[in-house]
Design a protein. Structure first.
Length: 280
């Protein structure tokens, strides 16, 4: 992989994640129908799986998309399908939508859940292939990416027959090996994977090379923290204060995680991610 990008990563790796970004105009509002959600701090109402949200318009667009947080739906504001919606709608089901063909609705909703997992894994694998420290693993990573990509082109029946748990486990192990190599330059990086750090005071903390995968950082104070090269795969950062934090070079951070946190113009993010509109 030739060329460069901020942080020393190959530019091609960052450009290729564009296909894993949601394109709601090519979807049928699947994220507003397929999942269930319960009334909570994230959702203002209860909604069972397979039932359209009352705010879903006839054109499959959200009627309150520009004011989701104000109306009590921050969970919707941070949701990311990683492009699975348009893949299911336009490729797997060839443009047929669930409203016009009720017989395929349940199959489409179930297939959407599988596709979202596949696309999330593709996001992480694509990022891993852009990490110079992971070069010895590029062969394994490329094979895993190609296999996962092939799965996304399966028909609905084959998708639903996939052993998603095993696939997630195998890719997860490879991503962990990738993380270990990337963080090897920081031997003092703490391993707090899976830890309960809800509301923790980590202001100005040196977390370079830390393993924070699966860590609960809800409402944590990470203002001014140095999170370069930290592994944030699956970390729950809802409401965490990232004001002035440096996350450049952090790995396996997603846009959904960024959207769920708090920050401002002084927060430094990986180049593939953007500051959400609600940050002051």
């Amino acid at each position: 992989m030739a060329g460069g990008a901020p942080g020393g990563r190959p530019a091609t790796a960052e450009l290729s994640v564009d296909r894993l970004r949601a394109d709601c105009a090519r979807c049928f509002g699947l994220c507003c129908v397929a999942p269930a959600f319960a009334a909570s701090a994230d959702f203002a109402i209860d909604k069972p799986a397979g039932r359209p949200c009352p705010h879903l318009n006839e054109d499959f667009r959200c009627g309150i998309h520009d004011r989701l947080r104000q109306r009590g739906f921050p969970g919707c504001a941070v949701y990311d399908c990683f492009g699975a919606g348009q893949q299911i709608a336009q490729v797997t089901f060839g443009g047929r939508d669930w409203r016009r063909d009720q017989q395929l609705a349940r199959q489409m909703f179930d297939a959407f859940a599988v596709m979202r997992t596949l696309h999330e894994l593709l996001w992480y694998l694509t990022e891993a292939l852009g990490l110079p420290a992971a070069r010895p693993l590029y062969g394994d990573l490329r094979r895993a990416l190609d296999e996962t990509e092939r799965h996304t082109r399966l028909d609905a029946d084959a998708l639903l027959a996939l052993d998603v748990a095993t696939l997630r486990r195998d890719v997860g192990g490879l991503l962990r090996r990738t993380s270990d190599r990337v963080r090897a330059g920081y031997p003092n990086g703490v391993d707090r994977s899976g830890a309960d750090l809800v509301g923790a005071n980590l202001r100005d903390a040196d977390l370079r090379g830390a393993c924070l995968r699966g860590t609960s950082l809800i409402g944590a104070d990470l203002a001014g923290a140095d999170l370069r090269t930290a592994d944030l795969l699956g970390a729950d950062v809802r409401g965490a204060d990232l004001t002035g934090a440096d996350l450049t070079g952090s790995i396996f951070l997603t846009q959904a995680q960024v959207d769920a946190a708090r920050g401002d113009a002084t927060t430094k993010l990986p180049s593939a991610l953007t500051s959400p509109p609600h940050w002051r």
